[in-house]
Design a protein around this ligand. Structure first.
Ligand code: UDP
Length: 310
């Protein structure tokens, strides 16, 4: 198939491009490098079926030819990025989603939206099942991301209902692995790079908030499985193994031999207190579940950050 990947130089999408090429597809990736990185595509094995186009997908998709599949992955995704890039983040969810959906309509392509567990906000239902509508602050600092993704889901459903575009929606939970930026602010790269510099790990709040971390290879296998499944409803992809940020910090310090301990910093506004996916939908529809253990995932990620100090 001929496949378009927006945000193709990003953390998850660059892994996705690599897997799609391995499966024999032709892949065109588009990115403007506001949070993606040239290095992510430069390290892709050279491949005659891969093409990269530098462009801002909130404005246009300057790519020729017809596509069979469109993965719309483009968006800042780290809390510190989207408060620094509020408008870009809003327009990735709105304008870029509309442009990519129009292209899918025009090409007769199947459209895939990378949505997020952030649509559940600070969830009052735990663990999070796809039928939960969420608890989002529509005007808080995180809203530029959360509401953009909620709008993107609504727009995707409208193109499906009224314009008959074939659509898939994934809600991605915390994902980690090689090609995250050491300084992107998210907890896994933050803790690992602090530990490798023998600095104390910065735990926000009391550290009792929870997240559930999925290794990127598992995530990408889930995205590809969903795209080729019949599942039209939104689908969680994440690892249900939940832990506190304090437990994560202690694990990373132990694993890396960092003796600098931890320091507590203020909890960011509207930071969700808990997050854990229910993954029955993915399991039942296309037999997906995570396979990489937390220990193995951390080992591979630490090895990557050792080799790529920022
Ligand atoms: N966090 C932390 N220290 C850091 C970075 C993040 O304790 O240096 C916490 C953050 O407050 C949140 C959790 O780790 O509770 C996950 O944050 P991240 O930015 O990785 O993702 P998200 O909040 O989007 O799940």
């Amino acid at each position: 198939m001929r496949i378009l990947v927006t945000g193709g130089a990003g953390f998850i999408a660059s892994h996705l491009c690599e897997r799609l090429l391995e499966q024999g597809h032709e892949v065109v990736a588009v990115d403007n490098f506001i949070t993606g990185h040239r290095r992510n595509i430069a390290t892709l094995p050279p491949h005659p079926a891969f093409r990269f186009v530098e462009a801002d997908v909130t404005r246009s998709l300057p790519v020729d030819g017809r596509f069979d599949r469109i993965f719309h992955m483009a968006s800042p995704a780290s809390p510190i990025d989207y408060v620094q890039l509020p408008f870009e983040t809003l327009y990735c969810g709105s304008d870029a989603t509309r442009i990519a959906l129009d292209r899918a309509l025009n090409d007769g392509a199947r459209f895939f939206l990378a949505s997020t567990s952030e649509v559940y906000g600070d969830p009052l239902v735990h663990p999070q099942v796809e039928t939960y509508w969420g608890n989002v602050n529509p005007i808080g600092p995180r809203s530029v991301y959360d509401e953009a993704k909620r709008f993107a889901e609504a727009l995707t459903m409208a193109y499906h209902r009224y314009r008959h575009v074939e659509t898939r929606i994934v809600r991605i939970f915390n994902t980690y692995g090689p090609r995250m930026r050491a300084n992107d602010g998210r907890v896994m790269p933050a803790f690992i790079s602090q530990a490798l510099r023998n600095e104390p790990l910065t735990v926000f709040g009391d550290g009792l908030q929870t997240r559930s971390f999925c290794y990127v290879d598992d995530n990408v296998r889930g995205l590809m499985g969903l795209m080729e499944s019949d599942l039209q409803e939104p689908c969680n992809i994440g690892n249900p193994e939940e832990m506190t940020m304090l437990a994560l910090a202690e694990y990373i310090n132990r694993f890396t031999g960092n003796t600098a301990g931890i320091v507590f910093k203020p909890l960011p506004t509207d930071d969700p207190m808990q997050r854990k996916p229910v993954i029955d939908r993915a399991r039942n529809a296309f037999g997906w579940e995570p396979q990489v253990s937390f220990e193995t995932g951390v080992e591979r990620t630490v090895a990557y950050f050792r080799d790529h100090p920022e």
